[in-house]
Structures are given as structure tokens and as C-alpha cells.
Design a protein around this ligand. Structure first.
Ligand code: KG4
Ligand code: ZN
Length: 474
């Protein structure tokens, strides 16, 4: 059996250092201090009989050293370790290593595994030349299938996405009906529902894709931000699959997922600005390139989605109220006077004042004995939200001279917001992409897509990965 050495597995670290003391030392500190360093172990009858130490540096791998116990030489253990390394790192551009020129047995093995001699280091090993060998990985030729898992709030979702662009299958089990009577998501109930759902949703997703876990190359999981109990259910499921089936584990920030939902519509072009509008977030993010996120500004209080839900509640609309407010808004006119919130030059937003203004307006009208026209109130509110979102986003785009815009998050399903952005972008010659309506709210297709690009950037976790209720997007 081949497995990657976990930095917390002190027993195996100790055994490795003892068995190979003549070439290895300080494995524990290497694993703790060098994030690029990894050890693959060949284990037979619970005993380490060979290892391969390599450095994974974003898009390339360097093999640092590589040994098999004396008694086990010539038993294909070295070639098994190399094959495992090659098969599990199809995303990298190349793998390099250095070998003594007179070690013809090793050179023969490397050549058999697809390595080629590329250069020589004169007298590198005590007078003997060192040969640098490289194996090109043709990473673009092999398809990569990512299994995505999303469970950060009230949706249990699994999805399989190919090469970060093509959705193969997605299953979403929503808990909306369970939480409806409470006027919002109840965390304890949500985690329990995730526990009940995960295995069924996973099975259904594989069935829909006509695939087995063996066909999957890696598992991407949203490990924050979100409800901690809910996140942990998805995370433990991901870890179990990775541990059982020896797959790489990729942590994905929930918001990175929302952003990458756009890549399923059209290849994202950089640099771009993403306006993230969801139940928990309102943020302007600048992306110079794939998987690089710079926050320009965000909400100082309530998120836009939260404001839609609270305003909807005043109008007796069930949670989540966004879609119904949106529907009513299209049937009404902008007749009520509401303030444009935080109308300044910053990239920050504030929505609690707008929410209070709606509450006060409704109370005042009621006290005067006037009946509120729900359609007109929804339209007036949505108009003000559209106005401030477009104003700040286009201001950021002007200042940073960015020509590509994407929307992300549950609120980007809003018809009014989409229409306003479309109109303004077309007027100004800005390229825009909106996520498909079904992937605006939480789903695992967006996590699998983001996971593919995270992996390409060298982001990978071990089984000590944790979940976080709040987490910065970096
Ligand atoms: O992205 P999401 O599923 O959850 C978070 O990550 O927070 O977004 C859910 C939010 C809810 O607040 C919901 O009311 C809002 O998205 N939403 C909408 C619309 N559809 C969903 N808000 C306005 N208009 C919509 N059409
Ligand atoms: Zn979300």
C-alpha cells in the first residue's frame, strides 16, 4: 500500500527516520516547516519498506530523495512509488530529479517511467557527474474529474466537474422546507439533516454521472465560511473518501466557489472584478489571474441577501424572500422614497440603514391607516439596491481599468440586478458573465470548479484540514 505521510502521524515519522537513518533526518521539522515537502510511503504488513520525498511547487515537482530497504530491492517498489507520484499529480507540468551518472540501474528505471536526460552537472557527486532528468506531464491531455462537496448552509450538494469547465452531474438536496417554519436556517437542524443526506446525495450524483469513486481524480470541499456543524459534515465526508480511496483533498473557500460558478458559463477572463452578493456576503473582489483574490471592499453590516430576506419578512414573505421580492418588484413601480445607502467613494456597502428605512416606512403608513402596495415597495427597494450595487461596481471598474465583470452568489439570480448590470455593461463595452440561475445559490458544481483551479495553483490539504465559520478569501 502506498500512502502520503501525515505530519501528525508521529509513529510513522519515527519509523521512517529510524529505518532510513543513514539518509534521512528531521522529517517532522521538514513536514512542519516546508509546505512544499511531501513523503510517499510504501507500506507492507504495516512496515515502511520504501519512501519517496518530493517537493510539490505549484506546477512542478522535484524528487528530493527516494529509497527502498536493502532486502526489498528489485521488487518493483521504486517503480510503484514513481507510478503513484505520476498518476496522482497529473496537473503538474513536469517532474524532475537528479541522479549519479554511474547509477545505470536507476537511470534505466527513470527512463522506463518516461523521464528523459535534460542536462548534466559536472562532478556534482564527489567527482561524478549528476544527471538532471525530467518527465513532462502533458497535463493538458488528461481529463481531470473533481468531485465537489458543499454543505455550508442548508443545501447538501455533490457534483462532478471535468477540467473545471464541464459539469458532468450535480445533485442538490435543499432543506428549505425543513427551516421554513422558523423564518431562517436553524444550525443544529441543518447539521443533522446533512448527516442524513450525504450518503444518498453522493450515491445519486455518482449514479447520474455513471461513474464510480475510482473515476474521480480529487475531492474539493467547501471548508468555510458557513455554519460550523454543517461544514464539518461535508468535510468529514470528503476526508473519508480521500483516505479510503487515496485521492488528493482540496479545500475551497465558499465564495471562491460562487465566483467560479461563472467558469461553467464562459471561461473567466482576467483581470476581472467580481461582485459577490449572497445571503452572507456583499463584496467586491479583484482577480488579477486564476485563483488570486483581492478584496476591494465589502458590507459594513448586513449582506444584500440578508436585507432582501428581512425586508421580505416585513412583507410577510417566507424565508428566503429574495426570489419573491424580485417577482413582486417586476409587477410594481418605484413610488416609495428610500435612501441610497452609503453613497460615497469607497467600495464598501451598508444595508442595515436601508432595511430600517423600509421598516419605518411600513410602520408610518400603517399608523396613517394606509395600505402598503407590496409590488411598489418591492420595486422601490430593489431599485435602490440595484442603484448602489451598480454605482460602486462600475466605479471600481473605472478606477482599476478592468473590462471584465462577473456576478456571484445567491442574489445574482435577481432579475432586476442582472438587467441593470447587462444594460450598463453593454453601454460601456464591458464583458460580463452571470452564473446560471440554478448555480447562483449554493451548489457543489461551483466548489468542484473552483477546486480544479485551486489544485492547479498547488493548493492541497492533508487529513488535518479543519472547517471555519469565518474565513478570509485569499
Ligand atoms: O449564495 P446563497 O445560496 O447563500 C449564501 O452563500 O449566503 O444565497 C442565498 C441568498 C438568500 O438571501 C436569498 O434570499 C437570496 O440569495 N436570493 C435572492 C434571489 N434568489 C436568491 N435575492 C434576490 N433576488 C433573487 N432572485
Ligand atoms: Zn453561498
Amino acid at each position: 500500500m502506498i500512502k502520503e505521510l501525515d505530519k501528525f502521524d508521529l509513529i510513522k515519522i519515527n519509523e521512517l527516520e529510524t529505518s532510513f537513518h543513514y539518509v534521512l533526518k528531521d522529517v517532522k521539522s521538514d513536514l512542519t516547516n516546508n509546505p512544499f515537502s511531501h513523503y510517499l510511503l510504501f507500506i507492507d504488513n504495516n512496515r515502511i519498506i520504501g519512501y519517496l520525498n518530493y517537493y510539490l511547487m505549484y506546477d512542478r515537482i522535484e524528487i528530493a530523495n527516494f529509497n527502498v530497504l536493502e532486502d526489498y530491492q528489485d521488487k518493483h517498489i521504486g517503480s510503484s512509488l514513481l507510478k503513484y507520484l505520476i498518476d496522482n499529480n497529473s496537473n503538474v507540468d513536469n517532474i524532475t530529479l537528479e541522479v549519479k551518472e554511474d547509477n545505470s540501474k536507476a537511470i534505466y528505471l527513470y527512463e522506463k517511467m518516461g523521464f528523459k536526460k535534460v542536462s548534466k552537472r559536472k562532478a556534482y557527486y564527489d567527482g561524478i557527474d549528476g544527471i538532471l532528468m525530467e518527465r513532462r506531464m502533458c497535463s493538458n491531455m488528461k481529463d481531470i474529474y473533481v468531485l465537489g462537496i458543499e454543505s455550508s448552509c442548508d443545501e447538501t450538494s455533490f457534483s462532478i466537474v471535468k477540467n473545471g469547465v464541464e459539469e458532468i452531474a450535480t445533485v442538490i438536496s435543499s432543506q428549505i422546507d425543513i427551516h421554513k417554519d422558523y423564518g431562517g436556517v436553524v444550525p443544529e437542524i441543518a447539521s443533522r439533516a446533512h448527516v442524513r443526506n450525504v450518503t444518498f446525495v453522493l450515491e445519486e450524483c455518482l449514479k447520474k454521472a455513471n461513474m464510480t469513486i475510482d473515476d474521480i481524480d480529487m475531492v474539493a470541499v467547501a471548508n468555510g465560511p458557513g455554519l460550523i456543524g454543517s461544514l464539518l459534515v461535508g468535510l468529514e465526508t470528503a476526508k473519508t473518501i480521500c483516505w479510503l480511496y487515496n485521492k488528493p483533498l482540496i479545500p475551497v473557500h465558499h465564495i471562491a466557489g460562487h465566483i467560479y460558478a461563472n467558469n461553467l458559463v464562459k471561461k473567466m477572463e482576467f483581470p476581472l472584478i467580481s461582485l459577490v452578493i449572497s445571503g452572507g456576503h456583499t463584496e467586491l473582489i479583484y482577480m488579477k489571474e486564476d485563483y488570486s483574490f483581492e478584496k476591494l471592499g465589502g458590507t459594513l453590516d448586513d449582506a444584500v441577501g440578508e436585507c432582501f430576506d428581512k425586508v421580505g419578512k416585513i412583507m410577510d414573505i417566507n424565508y428566503p424572500a429574495g426570489p419573491e421580492v424580485d417577482r413582486l418588484a417586476h409587477m410594481g413601480d418605484h413610488t416609495y422614497n428610500l435612501p441610497l445607502p452609503l453613497d460615497d467613494d469607497s467600495y464598501n456597502f451598508s444595508f442595515s440603514g436601508l432595511k430600517s428605512a423600509v421598516i419605518n416606512l411600513v410602520h408610518n403608513e400603517e399608523q396613517r391607516g394606509n395600505v402598503i402596495n407590496k409590488e411598489n415597495l418591492a420595486c422601490s427597494f430593489q431599485d435602490v439596491v440595484c442603484e448602489i450595487l451598480t454605482k460602486k461596481t462600475l466605479h471600481a471598474m473605472d478606477e482599476l481599468s478592468v473590462k471584465n465583470l462577473i456576478l456571484a452568489g445567491g442574489v445574482s439570480a435577481n432579475r432586476g440586478i442582472r438587467e441593470r448590470f447587462k444594460e450598463l455593461c453593454e453601454l460601456r463595452g464591458i464583458n460580463y458573465t452571470f452564473p446560471e440561475i440554478k448555480y447562483c445559490t449554493d451548489n457543489a458544481a461551483m466548489i468542484a470548479t473552483a477546486g480544479y483551479f485551486a489544485y492547479k495553483k498547488g493548493i492541497k490539504a492533508d487529513l488535518s484540514l479543519n472547517a471555519y465559520s469565518s474565513m478570509e478569501l485569499k
